[in-house]
Design a protein around this ligand. Structure first.
Ligand SMILES: [Zn+2]
Length: 161
């Protein structure tokens, strides 16, 4: 039985993009790297920053660059475009709470320790924590990636505690 406010069982934590990756992207963009673009957000929900896990707001600048969510050298290796704020921002804390801005329109992909995708499930608002816990009930699941349903872009990672 779960009582409000008491001992919420936490089996996982949200892991935002490492700060060193965001800082490297900002440096590379400033240096004019051809695969890094500086963009000004022009919609309130089109430019998710993977470091603070908030939407960049219209007028804020973001860096667009490719990120290897699954590193090269494996069958499921994958690199794709992500945004981070162009200005320094505070990394989203590693907590059990699903980031408020990304409870909708996400697909959760479960990977095993060999980085093979072993399950995937779409989350739309209801209870993303429950879906994560369901995926983690499979002992084969080593970690979970959260991606945009529509664009497919990597959003953040979930690790077992
Ligand atoms: Zn940010």
């Amino acid at each position: 039985m779960r009582l409000a406010g008491l001992m919420k069982t936490s089996t996982f934590r949200v892991v935002a993009l490492p700060t060193e990756v965001a800082e490297a992207a900002r440096r590379n963009a400033a240096d004019g790297a051809p695969d890094h673009a500086m963009i000004t957000a022009d919609s309130p929900t089109g430019f998710p920053c993977r470091h603070c896990l908030r939407w960049a707001q219209p007028g804020e600048r973001v860096v667009l660059f490719p990120y290897a969510a699954i590193a090269p050298g494996r069958p499921y290796s994958e690199s794709g475009p992500i945004f981070v704020h162009a200005e320094p921002c505070q990394r989203h804390p590693s907590t059990y709470e699903f980031p408020a801005n990304f409870r909708n329109g996400r697909v959760l992909r479960a990977y095993n320790s060999g980085h093979d995708m072993i399950a995937a499930e779409v989350v739309n608002g209801s209870d993303p924590e429950a879906v994560v816990e369901k995926l983690l009930r499979n002992p084969e699941t080593a970690f979970v990636h959260v991606r945009s349903v529509i664009h497919g872009c990597y959003t953040f990672k979930i690790e077992r505690i």
